[in-house]
Design a protein around this ligand. Structure first.
Ligand SMILES: C[S@@+](CC[C@H](N)C(=O)[O-])C[C@H]1O[C@@H](n2cnc3c(N)ncnc32)[C@H](O)[C@@H]1O
Length: 265
């Protein structure tokens, strides 16, 4: 059994010195999540400040304070910051998934040090169908723009794992304006494509911010349109990049093109 991976037992690391925690955290670094582990911060020099605590503060009130009886899936959990916060709110079950073993090791360490019973599993968002389980709360934060196939990911989340609430965040670039989108336009209407508030997904062919995994940067209108198009009704928008959504019927009645049955891996 891997530390931090069991659904039952907690793996509280025996009290050790801050120096020991610091040494072990550093060995697992670099960290993207700045988490306080018994007085030791994992990413004290984060380029975004005290991240993601600064982001979390802006939408924490939109998520039930008491998650007793609820299940949570944290997709792209990274060092586990949001998984820890969900468990602190009493969620019955928290599953964090990420396709990066280094980040999962950080998350397991953070859960162990804090004594929180969270399962972390290596899984890509494209394979969520393999979970065969729906979750009351799904976090899909900071992952969309790292994907070559972002709509496929949203469709798969809708088809296979979202039961009720989706908490979504994406980097956004371009205009923050959001225009109403008409049901249809004639072939000869083109002006709306030029408007800043029309949904636009900017493709990053090479690199952005030195990160080769940044593939897309939606503007605000596009982030909202993609959510709606995948069957997520936006019920809260507490922060410019964060949306609180409820799962609804997909407007096109379609499901993800691949894998259609959640058979892999
Ligand atoms: C910018 S970080 C966001 C971390 C965290 N969710 C947050 O909001 O702070 C993106 C995370 O998504 C993970 N990721 C990227 N592509 C993924 C995929 N296809 N499946 C699962 N995780 C993925 C990365 O490994 C990384 O941990």
């Amino acid at each position: 059994m891997q530390p931090g991976s069991s659904a039952g037992a907690m793996n509280l690391i025996e009290p050790t010195s801050p120096e020991d925690i610091r040494r072990r955290a550093e060995a697992l670094g670099p960290w993207f999540h700045n988490i306080e582990l018994r007085g030791v911060w994992t990413a004290p020099n984060h380029f975004l400040g005290n991240y993601p605590a600064v982001k979390w503060r802006a939408f924490a009130d939109e998520i039930p304070k008491d998650l007793t009886g609820k299940t949570v899936l944290d997709i792209g959990c990274n060092g586990g910051f949001y998984s820890l916060e969900m468990k602190k709110r009493g969620a019955d079950r928290v599953l964090g998934i990420d396709f990066d073993e280094d980040y999962l090791a950080q998350a397991r360490f953070a859960a162990d040090v804090t004594g929180l019973d969270i399962e972390f599993r290596k899984l890509s968002v494209y394979d969520v169908g393999a979970l065969q389980e729906r979750f009351d709360v799904v976090l899909f934060m900071g992952v969309l723009y790292h994907l070559r196939h972002p709509l496929l990911a949203l469709d798969l989340i809708h088809d296979h794992v979202a039961k009720d609430m989706l908490v979504f965040q994406s980097m956004q670039r371009g205009s923050p304006e959001v225009d109403e989108v008409a049901e249809n336009y004639t072939f000869w209407e083109t002006a709306h494509f030029e408007r800043p508030g029309y949904p636009k997904l900017h493709f990053i062919e090479h690199r952005y911010a030195d990160d080769p995994t940044n593939w897309w940067a939606p503007n605000a209108a596009c982030a909202e349109a993609m959510l709606r198009s995948s069957g997520f009704e936006i019920v809260g928008h507490p922060e410019s990049e964060v949306y609180i959504c409820r799962r609804t019927e997909a407007p096109h009645g379609t499901s993800a093109v691949y894998p259609s049955r959640g058979a892999c891996p």
